[in-house]
Design a protein around this ligand. Structure first.
Ligand SMILES: Nc1ncnc2c1ncn2[C@@H]1O[C@H](COP(=O)(O)OP(=O)(O)O)[C@@H](O)[C@H]1O
Ligand SMILES: [Mg+2]
Length: 236
C-alpha cells in the first residue's frame, strides 16, 4: 500500500468572467477580460482612470450586461438573467461598498444595515438583531444608534461594510472604498473589509488606485484599455 501526499486543495472559484466585452456606443469599456476569484480571495483591480475598472466591476456584479462573454457565480451563469432576477441576485448573493458609503442619512446605523434584509422580507426585529451583531463584528457595538452624520468617515465606511456583509453574500464588490479616507483609516477599513469578507468565504473584488489597498489583497489585476495588462500575486 502506498501513500500519496494529499494535493493542496484550492478553494472553489466563486466568481468568474470569461471573454467580457462591453461597449458604450463606440467607446470600449472592456475589450475581452477573463477573471476568476476564489472563495476567501480578495482581488484588487488597478489601472489608469477611464480604462475599464468600474465597468469590469459592474459587469461582474450584474449591474451592467456584457455585450460579449459570460459571468458565472458559484456554478450559475448570471449575465443572461433578466433585470428582475439580477436585482434579486444582487440583493441576496452580492454585497457592495462604494466610495461614498451611500448610507441613508435619516436612519441609525443598525437600521441602515438591517434595510437590505427587510427589503428581502425579513422581520424588522430579526433584521435589526442581525444588523447589531454584524456592527459589533466591525467594532461598532457602541454606535448602532448613531446616524451617519454622527459617525466619522471611517466609522461610516465600516457601517457600509456591515451592510454589505449582513446578507452573507457570495461575492463582495467595492469601488474605491477608501477613496474618501486618510491613509491610516483607509488601511483599517480595507483590512476589515478583506478580513471579514474572506473569513466568511466570500470572493472580494476591490477597485482601487491605492497601492496600499492593493497590497492588502491577495491578487492584483491591472486593467489598461479594457484588457488585463498584468496579473500579480500568489494564487494562494
Ligand atoms: N455610462 C457610460 N457612458 C459612456 N461611456 C462610459 C460610461 N461609463 C464608462 N464609460 C467609458 O468607458 C471607459 C471605461 O470607464 P470606467 O470603467 O469607468 O473606467 P475606470 O473605472 O477605470 O476609471 C472610459 O472611456 C469611460 O469614459
Ligand atoms: Mg472607476
Amino acid at each position: 500500500m502506498s501513500f500519496q501526499s494529499p494535493q493542496p486543495t484550492q478553494p472553489q472559484i466563486v466568481l468568474s468572467g470569461h471573454g467580457l466585452v462591453k461597449y458604450y456606443g463606440d467607446v470600449v469599456g472592456l475589450a475581452g477580460v477573463d477573471v476568476a476569484v476564489r472563495s476567501g480571495e480578495a482581488l484588487a483591480v488597478m489601472g489608469p482612470s477611464g480604462n475599464g475598472k468600474t465597468t469590469l466591476l459592474h459587469v461582474l456584479a450584474g449591474i451592467l450586461t456584457p455585450d460579449e462573454g459570460e459571468v458565472w457565480l458559484v456554478g450559475e451563469r448570471v449575465d443572461q438573467l433578466n433585470d428582475a432576477a439580477r436585482t434579486v441576485l444582487r440583493r441576496r448573493r452580492l454585497g457592495f461598498v462604494f466610495q461614498d458609503n451611500q448610507l441613508l442619512a435619516e436612519l441609525p446605523a443598525d437600521e441602515n444595515v438591517a434595510l437590505p434584509l427587510m427589503v428581502d422580507g425579513m422581520s424588522r426585529r430579526e433584521a435589526v438583531g442581525r444588523a447589531r451583531t454584524m456592527l459589533a463584528q466591525v467594532g461598532l457595538a457602541a454606535e448602532v444608534g448613531r446616524r451617519p452624520g454622527e459617525l466619522s468617515g471611517g466609522q461610516a465606511q465600516r457601517v457600509a461594510i456591515a451592510r454589505a456583509l449582513v446578507g452573507e453574500p457570495q461575492a463582495v464588490f467595492a469601488d474605491e472604498p477608501t477613496g474618501a479616507l486618510d491613509a491610516a483609516t483607509g488601511a483599517q477599513v480595507i483590512d476589515l473589509l478583506v478580513g471579514a469578507a474572506t473569513y466568511r468565504g466570500a470572493a472580494v473584488v476591490v477597485v482601487t488606485h491605492d497601492n496600499a489597498v492593493a497590497a492588502r489583497c491577495h491578487r492584483v489585476l491591472r486593467i489598461v484599455d479594457g484588457r488585463v495588462s498584468e496579473s500579480l500575486g500568489a494564487n494562494r
